[in-house]
Design a protein around this ligand. Structure first.
Ligand code: FEO
Length: 398
């Protein structure tokens, strides 16, 4: 019954869309949903690359059965064991008991732990090949992008890289699945947000994986989330390269907390000055309203970062504290950093923001501003000076 998109000779898209889940990993909002991508290659032998979230196993298994049209499924390549992809493995094995499961040693320890499967395994290492007729796969280990068992499968006839989560985006595939068939609107922004939230801590492993890809020709990238990259393949790789090197674009993210608007007025003054001094990409996040995933996206995207907080019970504002811990967890590097804050009877936030910058190894730019009570003329001027100093440094980058 199912007509399937043939993305290359005898290679079919068999993924599904999830428009029901509110939060990915129960953490990250999904305003555009998410796609769980899976691919079926039908040759002398048949190969499935990854599965889907167990909630969608019914339609997923029907798609595979339709594509196989009575033939057995010979291999399942597991590039990644996180349950949004591995969730349907046990049911797939029940339907195809003879399927050989292809993975590495770490994959198999997770496979046994999550699904109790420890037979019919085909273990691969870096460079192992699997020939299925006209198509041949080789395997590239990509540990910690973003789990330890992650690997890529490279199909050399069509030069397709099956890249697990790498180069993925949030957002469903609404009809079209290949980038050239889609009017890309939110996808790039969602790629930044996906990277920042899911992969962001693992810049060095991403760089190591990108280095390995330099030795092969890749014409198509089939990620486990979001569009298949063909026309825009260089942009997708470029974004990953830049983000994993922590090379932000020319722009500034201001994150601030404010109870009664006094710290907010400082943020506004700094933003005004950034603009007056030639910065076009300026994003202000009121930490009480913006979701952390949007904040993380912009912190990764832009080179400049300015944090403002009122003192709250002798600490930084609680929501700012929460964002700081997310930034620390991701070990974000190379920021052009500054900070500001206000207090009523005893200032603590600005000192803590100074200590945070030191801990993160970010050099402070300009003179941070601390205001007691409402914004005074001198401190207004100091905020303008802070904005100017950050703008000048941010403009030094390309
Ligand atoms: Fe899409 Fe790391 O799972």
């Amino acid at each position: 019954m199912y007509k399937l998109k043939e993305i290359a000779d005898n290679i079919y898209y068999v993924g599904v869309n999830d428009r029901q889940k509110s939060f990915f990993e129960n953490l990250w909002p999904l305003p555009y949903g998410v796609a769980y991508n899976s691919y079926l290659i039908v040759d002398e032998k048949s190969v499935l690359v990854d599965t889907v979230d167990v909630c969608y196993s019914d339609v997923f298994l029907k798609k595979i059965a339709d594509a196989l049209n009575g033939r057995p499924l010979d291999y399942l390549i597991i590039n990644h064991m996180e349950p949004d992809h591995a969730g349907s493995i046990r049911l797939l094995r029940q339907q195809y008991p003879d399927v050989q499961i292809v993975g590495n040693k770490t994959t198999f320890s997770m496979l046994e732990g999550y699904h109790g499967i420890n037979t019919g395994l085909y273990e691969v290492k870096e460079g192992t090949t699997l020939n299925i007729g006209k198509h041949e796969f080789s395997f590239i280990m990509a540990p910690m992008v973003h789990w330890p068992e992650v690997m890529f499968a490279y199909e050399s006839t069509e030069k397709i890289l099956f890249s697990a989560d790498a180069f993925g985006t949030f957002g469903t595939l609404d009809g079209g699945v290949i980038d050239s068939e889609i009017n890309l609107t939110y996808e790039w922004n969602e790629m930044y947000r996906y990277y920042a939230c899911i992969v962001g801590k693992y810049g060095n492993p991403v760089q190591r994986a990108l280095q390995k890809l330099k030795s092969i020709e890749v014409k198509t990238i089939c990620s486990t989330h979001g569009p298949i990259w063909r026309e825009h393949i260089n942009e997708a790789i470029g974004i990953y390269d830049r983000l994993s090197r922590y090379e932000g674009e020319q722009g500034v993210t201001i994150i601030y907390g404010s109870m009664y608007g006094n710290t907010e007025q400082m943020a506004e003054a700094i933003a005004f000055s950034l603009s007056e001094n030639g910065i076009k990409n300026i994003v202000l996040h009121n930490v009480s309203k913006s979701h952390a995933s949007d904040i993380l996206r912009d912190v990764f995207k832009y080179k400049g970062l300015i944090i403002g907080s009122p003192t709250y019970s002798n600490q930084v504002f609680p929501e700012i504290e929460s964002v700081m811990s997310k930034l620390e967890l991701r070990e974000i590097k190379n920021k052009i950093y500054s900070y500001f804050g206000s207090f009523t009877w005893a200032g603590a936030a600005v000192k803590k923001l100074a200590a945070f910058g030191e801990k993160m190894n970010w050099e402070t730019t300009g003179v941070p501003v601390e205001q007691k009570h409402a914004l005074a003329e001198t401190n207004y001027e100091a905020c303008l000076a802070l904005g100017k100093a950050v703008a000048e440094k941010v403009k030094e980058i390309n």
